[in-house]
Design a protein. Structure first.
Length: 511
């Protein structure tokens, strides 16, 4: 990075090296963990703070968007204050706002603290990667990236399990409280161990106007998506105003960044066809993948009677094959056409989504868990080569800017897709429920049959309504899976528009 000193200090060795590496890996694990730990806890949080489950997903999307917004600032922060100081300050802020999230007395304050937590957590991921490469000898760089990538893969798997166990056996606030001791210890140890090896500091200009426009258009867009259903979309003046602000802010952001001498986001990297295609495939695929990761535990808990713990178990098996295949796929890069690896992996993900699109209401735990397990095989074929493809398309001096932009688009696409899918899921379920209720041939006969089995008329009516609701949600859930299958298929196809890369970027460079 440009923030490194002209004469870098000697790499760490021995116990000091591996202690620092352990804590840097733990920091990255914690921040990535927080992107998924709340997934299975949404119904608990929504119920405790008196909001709907679809509104409860703001706990996830607000964190993701805030985290993404700070990524373009990471390079400037490291140059201005030093990578170690930025990392330690980020850990302190992350721990503080984790505590405030747990203490939040209202949903509005919880979302506000999650935004602040995401703002502090955003720089931790790239800084932990940068510092690992900085303290390891150059010949052990692949080991450093391997450790960092492993925490990135394992954390999203551990999140739903840990979140489920905490939500079912303790108060939901503990999904945030567990961050506090980790943030405190890691921040202090990393600062004391690495401060002598901090990167060089220099005054560099920051694009304040670009940053403001970025926050405005991304924030307006996310609020519009999150509140659209609640406010009946464009029949609401609030949604219309948010849409106008997002559109004008986006256009102004593009114009400013393309003409600024020191843009916060270097949009000129979009002149490379390989980068454009790579980030398009990344955004489409990760958005659809992450939205389905949020949808599955929501469906299992609100409709299928699963506890948060068992919803977490059902969703965690994708990590088994993902961990096994990651080093194998990394070795395949350079031996095979990287576009073929991506296309194979994303088409595999499309097949799994298509498989899920035919679930029924009597689906078993293993019917749900098996597709998750099989999906894990494809994940490294998507994550590792797509990152390498997009970064190999830009000039070497543009790699840092391209990596930051790629990470920003990946994270914001996940937040946007989650809001869109949960809204579409609710709307489709409501529409199907109305159709099914109107199509009941002899509802009175069914009610009479239920009362004959000992139910009161009110109980019989509620049971019939419940049966219709479960079926409607099942149809809607399958429709969402079918849509994700289509998105994966499109992404797997358009990867071939990218030119075959001449050079290969190091795996993990785009996180």
């Amino acid at each position: 990075m440009s923030s490194q000193a002209h004469v870098p200090p000697a790499p760490l060795t021995g116990v000091t090296l591996y202690t620092a590496a352990l804590f840097l890996g733990l920091a990255n694990f914690m921040v990535v963990l927080d992107t998924t730990i709340a997934n299975v806890s949404v119904p608990h949080i929504a119920g405790a703070l008196a909001v709907s489950p679809s509104q409860g997903t703001w706990v996830i999307t607000s964190y993701s968007v805030a985290e993404a917004i700070t990524v373009p600032l990471t390079g400037w922060l490291a140059q201005r204050f030093g990578a170690v100081r930025v990392f330690a300050f980020g850990m302190a802020g992350f721990g503080l706002f984790s505590m405030l999230c747990g203490l939040a007395p209202s949903f509005g304050l919880l979302v506000a603290f999650r935004v602040a937590q995401g703002l502090c957590g955003g720089p931790i991921m790239p800084m932990s990667q940068t510092l690992l490469l900085h303290i390891f000898p150059k010949d052990k760089g692949p080991q450093a990236l391997g450790l960092w990538s492993m925490t990135t893969v394992v954390a999203p798997i551990a999140g739903p399990i840990l979140g489920g166990l905490i939500s079912d056996n303790m108060h939901w606030s503990w999904i945030f409280y567990i961050n506090i001791p980790v943030a405190a210890v890691v921040g202090v140890v990393a600062y004391r161990t690495l401060i002598a090896h901090d990167t060089a500091i220099r005054r560099v200009p920051v694009d304040y106007v670009g940053l403001m426009l970025l926050v405005v258009w991304v924030g307006a867009m996310q609020i519009m998506l999150d509140k659209g259903k609640e406010l009946d979309w464009f029949s609401s003046p609030t949604i219309v105003i948010l849409a106008i602000v997002a559109a004008i802010g986006f256009v102004a952001f593009l114009i400013w960044e393309l003409t600024s001498d020191n843009p916060i986001v270097n949009l000129r990297v979009f002149r490379h066809r390989g980068f454009v295609v790579g980030v398009a495939v990344l955004s489409l695929t990760f958005g659809a993948f992450f939205a389905s990761v949020v949808l599955i535990p929501l469906w299992l808990q609100t409709t299928m009677g699963y506890t948060a713990t068992w919803a977490g178990y059902a969703g965690c098996l994708n990590g088994v094959l993902a961990v096994i295949m990651s080093p194998i796929v990394a070795r395949l890069i350079g031996k095979f056409d990287i576009r073929a690896l991506v296309s194979f992996g994303v088409f595999w993900m499309a097949g799994v989504a298509f498989w899920r699109a035919f679930f029924t209401t009597d689906v078993t735990f293993w019917d749900i868990a098996l597709p998750q397990f099989v999906l894990g095989f494809a994940m490294p074929f998507f994550f590792i080569p797509t990152t390498s493809l997009s970064l190999s398309a830009v000039l070497p001096e543009e790699t840092a800017a391209a990596a930051g932009l790629q990470n920003f688009l990946r994270t914001t696409s996940a937040a946007f897709a989650t809001s869109i899918m949960t809204t579409a899921w609710d709307n489709t379920a409501s529409a199907k429920r109305s159709v099914m209720a109107g199509a009941l041939g002899d509802a009175q006969h069914t009610l009479d049959s239920l009362t004959a089995h000992g139910l009161s008329p009110d109980q019989a009516l509620r049971q019939l309504e419940g049966m219709v609701q479960v079926q409607a949600v099942m149809i809607s859930t399958n429709a969402m899976f079918m849509v994700t299958a289509g998105v994966f298929a499109v992404a797997a196809s358009i990867i071939w528009i990218a030119p075959k890369p001449i050079r290969v970027a190091a795996p993990g460079g785009g996180h």
